[in-house]
Design a protein around this ligand. Structure first.
Ligand SMILES: C[S@@+](CC[C@H](N)C(=O)[O-])C[C@H]1O[C@@H](n2cnc3c(N)ncnc32)[C@H](O)[C@@H]1O
Length: 289
């Protein structure tokens, strides 16, 4: 452990606060690499100690902050991790930084199936760092997960996270495109969840450099209209879902209506758009008839 002068740390934070609107990234950096949480900092102000303990040297913290501000590199990649729901996930630039909006998908899935159901098989297509699949098996102890991704490095991160966060739960990981690696589960899957790449070309081109230059294009870009991967997932779903099985997709703010039309075309009913916490129609669900 290292010791940092409380006065020096608080002055450094104050200077940064004066030059930026939002310092959430700074709090995340201090927490993830220094082990100094926001509540530790708050307590310091009311019960000041001379020194604060940190997991790394203060100069190294400052250096990482400069790397973040000068290169616009996301703090989560600098620190190699982040929080999502109530867990800390390992992250690298091979995976998307899991977004807060997506957290709700775990409640949507749990509510649709109901927690009393004995055992179900669900698939998380495009698992990335594994956040959705891991959170689902942690919340629903008798669910079994199948998690796929096209990127083998992403799958490696997801498997590490599974081992660390939920070692006793059952998730099998497969590398391949969408449903392809799940051929042995044809007609057996009760629920499929996916947060696929859905950003249309125009929007992708205008993304801030902190996203476009660091996060994997294959995790974000959904083709000209953003629906390229979504069409693939929906059109193959009838081969893999049981009758009455559910599909939950995360989508761009304006895609839900088109997704419902696709679902109708491929034999689904009970469509619904669910708003995220910011009031945007972020999730579309349907049931295979
Ligand atoms: C938007 S990210 C979602 C990651 C994670 N599920 C989350 O919510 O944070 C989309 C994921 O889909 C994966 N992906 C892209 N194309 C794919 C394909 N053809 N088959 C399977 N996965 C794919 C990407 O590698 C990426 O991990």
């Amino acid at each position: 452990m290292y010791e940092i002068s409380t006065k020096e740390l608080l002055l450094w934070i104050r200077d940064i606060k004066n030059s930026r609107k939002d310092i959430d990234d700074l709090y995340l950096l201090l927490d993830l690499i220094g082990g100094i949480s926001k509540s530790d900092l708050f307590l310091l102000k009311i019960n000041s100690k001379e020194k604060v303990s940190s997991k790394i040297d203060f100069n190294l913290i400052k250096k990482k902050w400069i790397e973040h501000t000068q290169l616009s590199k996301p703090i989560q990649y600098i620190c190699g991790g982040s929080y999502w729901r109530n867990f800390k996930f390992e992250l690298t630039t091979d995976v998307l930084i899991p977004r807060v909006e997506t957290e709700q998908i775990v409640e949507i899935a749990t509510d649709i199936i109901g927690q009393k159901v004995k055992k179900i098989i669900f698939a998380d297509l495009g698992t990335g760092s594994g956040t959705i699949a891991i959170s689902l098996v942690e919340k629903n102890k008798n669910w079994e997960g199948l998690a796929t991704d096209i990127d083998k490095n992403a799958l490696h991160i997801a498997q590490n996270n599974h081992r660390k966060i939920s070692p006793n739960s059952k998730i099998n990981f497969y590398c391949g495109s969408w449903w392809e690696p799940l051929i042995n589960y044809a007609g057996m899957i009760n629920l499929v969840i996916s947060n696929p790449p859905y950003i249309p070309r125009n929007t992708y081109e205008k993304l801030p450099s902190s996203v476009k230059d660091f996060e994997p294009k294959k995790a974000l870009y959904g083709g000209e209209d953003g629906l390229f991967h979504i069409k693939k997932i929906i059109s193959d779903a009838p081969n893999y879902l049981v009758k009455g099985g559910w599909l939950i997709l995360e989508n761009h703010f304006d895609q839900s209506k088109k997704i419902k039309n696709l679902l109708r075309e491929y034999g689904f009913d009970s469509f619904k758009t669910i708003n995220d916490t910011f009031g945007i129609g972020r999730f579309t669900i349907g049931r295979y008839k």
